[in-house]
Design a protein around this ligand. Structure first.
Ligand SMILES: [Zn+2]
Length: 145
């Protein structure tokens, strides 16, 4: 199935029983991340920040060599923009993973938000994730029944 890369990128989804359930959770979490302006602000800050922090020194450095001006003024920003896209994808993926883990918690599959460790079978008295030490999220709503 063409959705296979989604399971590889978001392995927590495999804890859900059916393919339709996995797709539903993925699309819901993806939509939540894409709708939040904060992630677009982060993406903009990464792009503009990298253009300033990396682009300006790189352009100054390139002027010392016989590199055509058009290559400096368009090549460097383009390279930085492409590199930033990968960083932004990584940030968005992290955000989607956190939403998926929250969703698993509400569906009665206790999962650590920070590391994704399965907390299934652990008594409620265990307040921290045994894998990473993060405080356990309380299960929202009526997920326990
Ligand atoms: Zn953990």
């Amino acid at each position: 199935m063409s959705n296979r890369w989604i399971w590889a990128w978001f392995p927590e989804l495999l804890r859900l029983e059916t393919t339709s359930e996995r797709a539903e959770v993925y699309h819901r979490c993806y939509g939540r991340v894409m709708k939040r302006p904060i992630y677009w602000i982060i993406a903009g800050v990464i792009q503009i920040g990298a253009q300033i922090v990396v682009g300006i020194p790189a352009a100054r450095f390139a002027k010392n060599y016989t590199i055509p001006r058009w290559l400096i003024s368009s090549g460097i920003p383009l390279l930085i923009a492409v590199a930033c896209i990968f960083v932004i994808i990584w940030v968005m993926r992290r955000a989607i993973i956190r939403h998926i883990r929250r969703e698993l918690n509400t569906r009665g599959l206790p999962t650590c938000i920070r590391c994704g460790y399965q907390l299934r079978g652990l008594p409620e008295t265990v307040r921290r994730c045994p894998e990473c030490g993060a405080t356990r999220q309380t299960v929202d709503g009526n997920a326990d029944d």
